[in-house]
Design a protein around this ligand. Structure first.
Ligand code: AHM
Ligand code: MG
Length: 315
């Protein structure tokens, strides 16, 4: 039984009152992301029953197969964010170009990955939605340290909404009985160290020697490996249990695979806010990089401070 449940809506309003950077416009946007992700969650849950899983048969401009749920989630986020009147521009992982909302008085640019890890959907493996919000004044290509808010929703064994607006990281679990996200993980702090390492080790032959040595060394200790292949799930586990997640550069993908503005920077912001360490290209802080274009890629390492330092000692 709940004694004193705090809904995401209550929390957003309180955050707006306490924090100078959080405005009514931002609260409206985050509240709308809450609404959209509840709808996506309902569809994900029923996806084995209705004609919504599988590929559309289309390939996006980046060569990825477009899943039906990708298309659905992308359109829903797009239309519902636009309808708030708070948006100046929208950038989606599924779309080659940004969309500037015509005649909008909105102040915000929202970057989103509508369905992260969507190739996992058919196998009933967790997938997510990732978002990152900037003020329009800095233009489209701002450094990650200009993010006003960032977060993700993980459609897993339960549905959790995790976000930061620069004063800590908080997680809210969807109570399906009442249809509300309730504060379940206040002030998330990543453990100082953890046993889990998370990397697609099939790519090991394509990694540089330093990384190969680091991975070899991990096997001499008491490490355990976990890899979902959905960034939102692998990063969420790292926030909760500690350890390290790596999606590094390789000879196959010298720039890395993940998108700086759509995947790496929101998680880097969350990681630092949770007391962890995040590394991008050349093992530098990804938040201090000026992006060359909206879909620029980046290597990514995030995790517990001790694990990240151990990784750096091999560089
Ligand atoms: P997606 O957004 O098209 O689903 O791709 C991104 C996903 C991340 O969620 C995950 O960390 C990564 O790709 C996994 O890549 P790989 O399968 O190459 O290990
Ligand atoms: Mg993704």
């Amino acid at each position: 039984m709940y004694k004193n449940a705090v809904t995401l809506t209550d929390f957003l309003l309180e955050d707006e009152r306490k924090n100078d950077k959080t405005t009514l416009g931002l609260t409206i946007l985050l509240h709308q992301i809450e609404n959209v992700t509840k709808i996506i969650a309902a569809h994900v849950k029923a996806s084995g029953l209705v004609d919504i899983i599988g590929a559309t048969g289309k390939t996006n401009v980046f060569g990825d197969q477009v899943q039906k749920l990708d298309e659905f989630s992308n359109k829903l986020l797009f239309d519902m964010l636009k309808s708030t009147g708070q948006v100046h521009a929208l950038v989606s992982e599924e779309m080659e170009k940004e969309v500037i909302v015509e005649n909008s008085k909105g102040d915000y640019i929202v970057y989103f990955d509508p369905l992260d890890g969507s190739s996992n959907v058919e196998s009933n493996i967790p997938i997510g939605t990732i978002f990152s919000i900037y003020h329009k004044d800095g233009g489209l290509l701002q450094k990650g340290n200009k993010q006003i808010a960032a977060g993700y929703v993980l459609y897993g064994s339960s549905v959790i909404f995790v976000y930061t607006s620069g004063s800590g990281v908080n997680g809210f679990t969807l109570d399906p009985g009442i249809g509300a996200f309730l504060l379940s993980h206040p002030d998330i702090k990543i453990p100082k160290e953890g046993k889990i390492y998370s990397i697609n080790e099939a790519y090991e032959p394509t990694f540089d020697r330093k990384l190969q040595n680091y991975l070899k060394n991990l096997k001499n200790g008491d490490s355990v490996a976990r890899y979902v292949g959905t960034l939102a799930a692998d990063a969420h586990r790292t926030f909760i249990k500690g350890g390290i997640f790596l999606h590094p550069a390789s000879s196959k993908n010298p720039e890395g695979k993940l998108r700086l503005m759509l995947e790496v920077n929101p998680f880097a912001f969350l990681t630092f806010q949770a007391g962890g360490i995040a590394l991008g290209a050349n093992n530098k802080n990804p938040l201090s990089i000026t992006p060359k274009h909206i879909h620029v890629r980046s290597p990514f390492v995030m995790g517990s401070p001790k694990n990240a330092k151990a990784y750096l000692s091999f560089q």
